[in-house]
Write a protein that binds this ligand. Structure first.
Ligand code: TYD
Length: 210
């Protein structure tokens, strides 16, 4: 029987730099002989990408926004993530449910309880094996965003929104320290990469020891 793959997620506020590392993490895993897919949320399926376009551009109620995040996620888990893990592939996913706790639960102040209800509804309630939280002070995240392309609905939010989002991420990481690794993303790239490399190696070794 093929061993189940591992599920890796990357999180952080906009401008934290996580997307830059997704391809590098996938390449590092491939170099270790693993079969890997990279994907993202919201999105990752044809329907999910349509929903992504809507939530990033249209104004809507907070409940609608939250439900659409989970609608996209349900498709993604059923069509892409679960089948890949069952085949033995490793999945590197740019954002997952922690982002809903952070952005809708924290940033938009829906609260973690409401997000938890939807998380429990979604079956299977799949949890990542490892989550890297790319963490930067707010000013640096804002400066990085200012250099980027046209901002979406979330990126246009005020500073207080990002502070709430960042602290909701920290609360998640504190509650589940065995799953999370926090990366200080204000460090120079080689230092960030060195930390990721050693933590990835440990994850690969642990999976081979099973
Ligand atoms: P992001 O990874 O930042 O895409 P890009 O790098 O192309 O800008 O994700 C898009 C936005 O979606 C981001 O601002 C966070 C938001 N988001 C939520 O608010 N809730 C969620 O559950 C997810 C998955 C994303």
């Amino acid at each position: 029987m093929t061993a189940r793959g591992r599920f890796i997620t990357l999180e952080g506020v906009d401008g934290a730099g996580k997307s830059t590392h997704a391809a590098w993490i996938a390449d590092t895993l491939r170099a270790a002989g693993l079969s890997v897919i990279t994907t993202r949320e919201p999105g990752g399926t044809p329907l999910g990408e349509i929903l992504r376009g809507l939530v990033l551009s249209e104004s809507m109620t907070l409940d609608t926004e939250t439900l659409l995040m989970f609608a996209a996620r349900c498709e993604h888990v059923a069509q892409v993530i679960e089948p890949a893990l069952a085949r033995g592939d490793w999945v590197v996913c740019d954002r997952y449910t922690d982002a809903t706790y952070a952005y809708q639960g924290g940033g938009r102040q829906l609260g973690a309880q409401r997000v938890a209800v939807l998380e429990q509804w979604m079956q299977p309630s799949l949890q990542p094996d490892r989550t890297w939280l790319f963490d930067v002070p707010l000013e640096l995240a804002r400066a990085r965003l200012a250099d980027a392309r046209e901002p979406d609905r979330f990126e246009r939010e005020e500073a207080a929104f990002f502070e709430r989002t960042r602290s909701a991420y920290h609360a998640r990481a504190q509650a589940q320290p065995e799953r999370f690794r926090i990366v200080d993303s204000s460090q120079p790239m080689p230092q960030v990469r060195a930390q990721l490399e050693s933590e990835l190696k440990a994850l690969i070794q642990a999976s081979r020891a099973l």
